[in-house]
Write a protein that binds this ligand. Structure first.
Ligand code: HPA
Ligand code: MG
Length: 235
């Protein structure tokens, strides 16, 4: 890259707001991919409508999010994974951040922590948000926190989680969510970093589940009615 181009990139980045609200918007009339165009496990083939986001596309987007995060964040950083759905995004995002740190002049120290949040039964929010896990949230005091989440749907879980985390007096809290659902049920919350803004459909795969199924699916897919019935929770 020519020196002039490098300066332009820096200039462009330094003008970016600290909290980014840009994301790739997948429109409602988006033509998703047929299951036959990608490798989908046979045990889920009849339970899915289509592939919405192939894993390769997700990985490329995650790399870009990691670059933005590395540019914005201050050290020391605690990357906080929201289990279970966030584990794949967390792993891939941290791999990119570690690679950035290993090759960049400006690197920062990072710690990891995990919390578990559960608020869904079948494809409906129960309205009750349970936060479990890390018993050492007090260690977040004075640190930069990056909460890593798979999906923001109503936004209620994240608002509740942020209230809880802020009680521990971190220096800064940022949220990275792979997906942001466009839904009438949204409370208006938007994360600092969003991978893809998606239509109002129930999605599974890349660690996102439907009653604990489909985490073992590489791509983000839309579940069909047969899949919803087949894996419905026994209530
Ligand atoms: N898929 C998986 N988990 C979720 C979703 C979804 O579409 N929305 C909220 N939690
Ligand atoms: Mg989640």
């Amino acid at each position: 890259m020519m020196a002039d181009d490098e300066n332009k990139t820096d200039e462009k980045r330094s003008k970016s707001p600290q909290s980014r609200t840009t994301s790739i918007v997948i429109p409602d009339d988006y033509t998703s991919y047929s299951l036959d165009d990608f490798c989908v496990p046979a045990h889920y083939y009849d339970d899915l409508k289509c592939v919405l986001l192939p894993k390769g596309l997700i990985l490329d987007r995650v790399q870009r999010l990691a670059e933005d995060i590395c540019h914005d964040i201050s050290s020391p950083l605690v990357a906080l994974c929201v289990l279970k759905g966030g584990y794949q995004f967390f792993t891939d995002l941290l791999d990119c951040i570690k690679n950035h740190n290993a090759t960049s002049e400006k690197s920062f120290q990072m710690q990891v922590d995990f919390i578990k949040v559960k608020s869904y039964m079948n494809d409906q929010s129960t309205g009750v948000v349970n936060i479990m896990g890390s018993d050492n949230l007090a260690s977040l005091k004075g640190k930069s926190i990056l909460i890593v989440e798979d999906i923001i749907d109503t936004g209620n879980t994240m608002v509740k989680l942020l209230e809880t985390i802020k009680k521990f007096e971190p220096k800064q809290v940022m949220v990275a969510s792979l997906l942001l659902k466009r839904t009438k049920r949204s409370n208006g919350y938007r994360p600092n970093y969003t991978g893809f803004e998606i239509p109002d459909a129930f999605v599974v795969g890349y660690a996102l589940d439907y009653n604990e199924y489909f985490r073992d699916l590489n791509h983000v897919c839309i579940i069909n009615e047969r899949g919803k019935k087949r894996y419905a929770a026994n209530t």
